[in-house]
Design a protein. Sequence first.
Length: 199
Amino acid sequence: MNDAQDHKDKMQKMQTKQREKVSQLRDPERGLVLVHTGNGKGKSSSAFGVVIRALGWKQKVAVVQFIKGTWKTGERQFFERLGGIDWHTMGEGFTWDTQDRDRDIAAANAAFDKACDLMAGGDYDLVVLDEINIALRYDYLSIQRVIEGLDARAAKTGVILTGRDAPEALCAYADLVTEMTEVKHPFHNGIKAQRGVDF
């Protein structure tokens, strides 16, 4: 048997297996919960890629940012120009900048109140909770409250939760968990964050 025919036979077998697997899948008839976590870069960037995909299907999207505060980012500027997203930046900046635990807790809870309204209201196909895992890591929010908020979301609403150190309970609850792994980072070589790449 020649290589071309051998390859074709293998691909046909793979296609048959794949189609059989797909035929057994079901639609959960509710929005999925995705967690993007890990020490590597790309957690928020990946979430915004999903936002673009949702907008491509004319779905309604909201973003709640828990940490970044007034920090100017390329993605926010892009989506503000594009329109079609309800954007809520509610954090006050990086946790090491505020240095006020009570204020950080109040900001995180106000952001999650807004997130709960967006998730439960039934108007949105996708809600991104950007850097919420950081608020969970520092106990600004309780994991129980977050899971209760996710449980109360409208049936059609999918949610993406980003940030390092996602709690085990959140990962167990989620439909999809992606962990970004850092292999190499320019920061460790003395290179500062780059506009258009890092923010």
